[in-house]
Design a protein around this ligand. Structure first.
Ligand code: PLP
Length: 250
């Protein structure tokens, strides 16, 4: 089956075998506080770092979806407001989700036939949100432009939704502070897992805000991932499948 739908994509052909392996190796009932899980988590994070070229000082987290990442950015990394540069359905939706958590989120639509022009964002905002690959219309923002936004806004965090491109194209992670993608698009895996990547500057903001009102507050997640764990029971099978595909693909 070939599909041009934005996602989920067709999973890799090896997935059924990996699921069987997961069952045989006890992954499906693995305790997420055990050393086996800790080893799996560490291995997967290290593979992600080397395969995707994530800088050594960036932190990699596991969440359950890109939508969850939108909320984590609004609740745990935004003190004042976020400003959203968007030209399609996913970027617009991100603005709506952020606005519900931090009312007053700014919306800056741009024409999908024009390149996004890097601007200095107004200082009532502190997070700049850009959809790198707008899945609904196939337009991309280059990492050079994202990088210009970062240079022009040294007090802001730059957050990038790369849901339908991460795993498929080379991304210059240094050009932004927060990156995320769920795995059912370009990673070719079943839905229910997402990867969230944070720069040292994003982690500094997380620690300074110390927001702890949610099960997925980034402050909790940051403490747990230092021990290769998550505050909640993660999608262990998803992490295992990601590890297996990273080992052979790309
Ligand atoms: C699919 C998609 C999302 C939503 O992903 P979920 O895993 O369903 O939360 C967000 N942003 C972009 C760009 C997408 O393509």
């Amino acid at each position: 089956m070939i599909s041009f739908y934005p996602g989920p994509s067709r999973v890799y052909d090896e997935i059924p075998d990996y699921v069987k392996d997961a069952y045989k190796r006890g992954i499906l009932s693995m305790n997420h506080r055990n050393t086996e899980f800790v080893k799996l988590c560490e291995k997967t994070v290290k593979l992600l770092r080397s395969r995707l070229g994530v800088p050594p000082d960036y932190t990699i987290f596991f969440t359950s979806s890109a939508t969850e990442c939108w909320e984590i950015i609004a609740q745990s990394l935004t003190q004042r407001n976020s400003i959203h540069f968007h030209n399609g359905a996913f970027g617009e939706k991100w603005h709506q989700y952020a606005n519900r958590i931090k009312p007053g989120a700014l919306s800056n639509p741009f024409n999908k036939d024009e390149e996004l022009y890097p601007l200095k964002a107004i200082d009532t905002t502190d997070v700049i949100c850009i959809t790198q690959n707008e899945t609904s219309n196939g337009t991309m923002v280059s990492t050079e432009i994202i990088s210009r936004f970062r240079e022009m806004n040294p007090d802001h965090l730059v957050a990038v939704d790369a849901t339908s491109s991460m795993g498929g194209i080379v991304l210059d992670f240094k050009s932004a502070d927060v990156w995320f993608a769920s795995v059912q698009k370009c990673f070719g895996l079943p839905a229910g897992l997402a990867v969230l990547i944070c720069s040292p500057k994003a982690i500094e903001r997380c620690v300074a805000l110390d927001e702890r009102n949610h099960y997925n507050s980034l402050a909790f997640m940051n403490e747990m991932i230092a021990k290769w764990q998550t505050p909640f029971t993660p999608n262990v099978l998803g992490i295992y499948l990601l590890m297996r595909t990273l080992k052979i693909k790309m």
